[in-house]
Ligand binder design. Sequence first.
Ligand SMILES: [Fe+2]
Ligand SMILES: [Fe+2]
Length: 338
Amino acid sequence: MKSTSSMLLLLRRLQKTGTSLCTKSSRRDFSLDITRAKSLVKDRALTTRAKSLVQDRSLTSRFTTSAFILNENKMDENKMDEIKERIRPSAIDHFKKRDYSLPHRIWTEEEVDAINVTHRYPNGFSDNLAYGCVQILRKTFDILSGYTIGYRLKTLDERAVLNRCIFLETIAGVPGFSAAMIRHLNSLRRMELDHGWIHTLLEEAENERMHLMTFTQLRRPGIFFRGMVIFSQYIFTGAFSVTYLISPNFCHRFVGYLEEQAVITYTHILEEIDAGRLPMMEQLRAPPVAIDYWKLGNEAMMRDVFLAVRADEAHHRDVNHTLGSMDKCDNNPFPPGH
Ligand SMILES: [Fe+2]
Ligand SMILES: [Fe+2]
C-alpha cells in the first residue's frame, strides 16, 4: 500500500515535470527537465507506464540533445547512435503545428539539383562598389572566423560549419526586413501604393529567418557568439537602412552579390558532405521544422535541407539582382510565393 502511494506521488511529480516541459520556452530548460525526470525514473525504479511517459517527453528534446552534443564538440560513436535513435520519423508528428509562414517556394528535386554558382558582372560604379563591399566583407569574415584556413587545410568540421551558417543567417535576415520597413513607411508617408515590393522583401526576410531556425535546431550558440550577433545586428541594420534610404538600387545589388556568396558557401558545404568530411551532417535527419517548412519527406536528411537552403539563396540572388536593375516605382514582377 505504502509503495503504491509513493509510486503515485512520484508519478504525479513526474507528470508535473512533464507539464512544465510544455510551458518552458527555453530548449535548454526542456532538456534539463527531462534529465531530472529521467533520473527520477532511474533512482526510484518506477513502473513501465512512468518510463514510457518520460520516453514520450524526451522526444521533444531530441534536437536539443544533439545541440548539446555539438556544443560539447564530442562526436563519438555512442553519441551519434543516440542522435540517430532520437531523430526518427515517428517523432515528427509531435512537432506538427499550424503553418504560420508566408508563401514561399517549395523546391522539386530537379530544381535543387540544377542550382549553379553564377555571377552577374558589375556594370558601372554602383555595381562595382556593391561587389567590392561584399568581397571585403566576405574575405574579412572568412579570415576572422577561421574559414579560410579551415578550407585550405580541409579541417572544417560540423561545429565550424554550423557556426558559420548561424552567424550569416542572423545577418541575411536583415536586408529584406529593413527594405520592406522603409518601403512600408514610404507608402504610409506619401499615401501612395508600394508597387508590390513589400511582400517579396518580407518573404525573403522570413525565409532567411527559417534558415536560422533550422540550424539552431542543431546547435545552440554560446554567450560570446550571441553578443557578436547583437553587435553585428545593430551595426548592419543601421548601416543598411541608411544606405537603402539613399540608394535602393545599390542595396539590392549588394544583396544580390551577397547571395552569390551564400550559394558558393552552401555549394561548398554540400561538396564537403559528399566527400565524407562532414559525417554527422551526412547521417543526420532533417529537423521537423525544416521538413514542415520546405515540405520535405519524413525521410529527408540534412543534405536535403542544405539543398533547399541553397536553392533559396539562389532565388534571393536572382530576385535582388532583378530589383537592383529596376526603378523603385516600377511594379514588382514577382507574385506572392514566387
Ligand atoms: Fe539564408
Ligand atoms: Fe540569402
